[in-house]
Design a protein around this ligand. Sequence first.
Ligand code: 13P
Length: 254
Amino acid sequence: MSRTPTVGGNWKMNLDRDASVALARDVCSRLGDAPGVEVAVFVPFPYLLGVGRVIADSGSAVRLGAQDLSDQDNGAFTGEVSASMLIDCAVKTVLAGHSERRHVVGETDQLVGAKTRKALDSGLDVILCVGETIEQRRAGQTDAVNERQVRAGLEGVSPGDMARVTIAYEPVWAIGTGMTATPADAQDAHAKIRALLGSMYSSVLGEETRIQYGGSMKPGNAVELMAQPDIDGGLIGGASLKGEDFQAIVEAAR
Ligand code: 13P
């Protein structure tokens, strides 16, 4: 089974309008049609249109992504952004359950599941993010946390929709800290998530679903991480803000 590797740049709440357009231009010109790897950038809401225009004008295969969405269609939900609004801005893919939304904003497993279903039902692709905190890892709960978050995140998701789902395993303690899971630890978590998908759906679907690693991935550690059999790419925070580093990571995935 060969899975096309997938690399995402999660810009988080960084950059300004000019810098986001400049980074998008740089990424598109470096990556072009990025053969052999699927590449997406997850852009702050206010800059989606500007970055989307850069991508469209460049003819690049880089996909436009958003960092979050509402689980609701429309109405009195101040500050929220719906799936249809994202689609209106040419967004193709969206993150659900990033650890900063779970642990900083307080999103529950159930809300993340509702967002995942809303995105899929609306026609978006989804990256469902899961991963344990350092306390959970020390308590030996890594696999149980991943299982709980995967099951709740995919509650009600049909096998047919799973082709549009990528899982991102992002151990919370490795995000933005410079600490990376060892390739062996990351591989172990990925293999267990894949086996879980196999038991929830089918072994074929488990083999076909892509699982990205996220957490301080950089040019210097990307090759070794991505060489693991169950690691199918990366979700990159800090290093995605530099075109050169992001390109090196995409090349490592290829
Ligand atoms: P860093 O690469 O900055 O650790 O962030 C990872 C991440 O959270 C990507 O979603």
